[in-house]
Design a protein around this ligand. Sequence first.
Ligand code: UD1
Length: 422
Amino acid sequence: MDSIIVRGNGPLNGQIPIAGAKNTSLKLIAASILTEEPVTLTNVPKLADIRTISDVMTSLGVEIANLQDGRVMAISAANLTSHKAEYDLVRKLRASFQVLGPLLARNGEAIVSLPGGCAIGARPVDLHLDALTALGAKVDLKDGYVHASAPQGLKGCEIDFRFASVGATENAMAAATLAKGTTVIKNAAREPDTVALADCLNAMGAQIEGAGTSTIVITGVDRLHGVTQEVLTDRIEMGTFMVAPMIAGGSVELLGGSLDLIPCFAEKMTQAGAIIEETKLGLKVTKGDGPIKAVDAVTEPFPGFPTDLQAQFMAMMCLCDGTAVLEETIFENRFMHAPELLRMGANVEVQGGTAKVTGVKRMKGAPVMATDLRASVSLILAGLAADGETQVNRVYHLDRGYERVEEKLRAVGADIERVPGR
Ligand code: UD1
């Protein structure tokens, strides 16, 4: 497996293009099952996760053509040949579970493997299943698979989530587009990805109101039609690269970025000492004078501090002046970067869902390994200002969610390279 070697070498300067959003793309690809007509997505990032969901789709009989060097995906679910998403594919990518709602709504039947746990926690799917049951589906669990059926179609209903789950909101919303009658989702997720999915479904002829608020109302329609939809900027990639100049020094312009995608994170970055300016092309982030200030953060559903940026923020707080307390409330096991950061000389104490990060003057390069996507990139970020060489192993996780991270950072002056695995 490849590894990434980064050597701390001073300030970064220049521009970094931000790709289309991975998580949005995955949901839009899954939603294309809802229509027999062609769905064309533009600004799709070139990532391992996109290839995995494409494999899931292909296994269902969906035809996918990658155009313009993979940036454009032409999808046709005209002829579904299977309604079963196999364990071997779903276990590789939890977001594959998002085919459940669309498949059930289009087909009246769906069999989708339970995704199982993953490195960052148990990640149950009870809210997804409760929502589909409320929509009138018969849902059974057998041999590790969810068997959902609604031969007479789904029926509008009221769903009140006990937690604003992104995946469950999106599965329910997608399924409800073809249900008879009106569905009201209360305590719905408000994530930009969820809004983007609603926008795409509406462009396909769905009638969804309230996306981006806690109450989403979906009036079922008989059928959805094709669409050409652009994927919005990846807010997590943008947030990740906002951290880079704070750690390494300097100033980078993030092309395609906008502040409204990560309001809370941008505010915390400003408190930590980042100077953030909106430019014609995106966002410019400059490290202000003086040390990074200690800033506490609690991960929360949107518009709160994103769990997907907690590891990167921790890497930055490792160099702060004082002590920052980071609390993870979304996933129970999402501090696996902490022991690796300790190997680089950081001072982090983890207790349950809380990490106390006391800043050190300098970090030291070390061989490190990451077991999830955002943890991997946090170690690269930490390496940007560490003395000596940091070797991040098992970059398989990194490639799931970041496009050419080493090229993007090298272009703004980082000393970073990919070493092919044997
Ligand atoms: C989560 C993030 C999302 C991010 C995505 C990819 C949140 C709220 N969600 O979405 O922003 O883009 O990971 O990294 O930050 N849960 C249940 N039952 C369910 C579903 C979820 O109890 O049926 C609980 C989980 O145990 C966990 C939380 O809800 O505590 C996860 O939130 P959810 O939004 O469902 O996760 P993802 O859709 O994976």
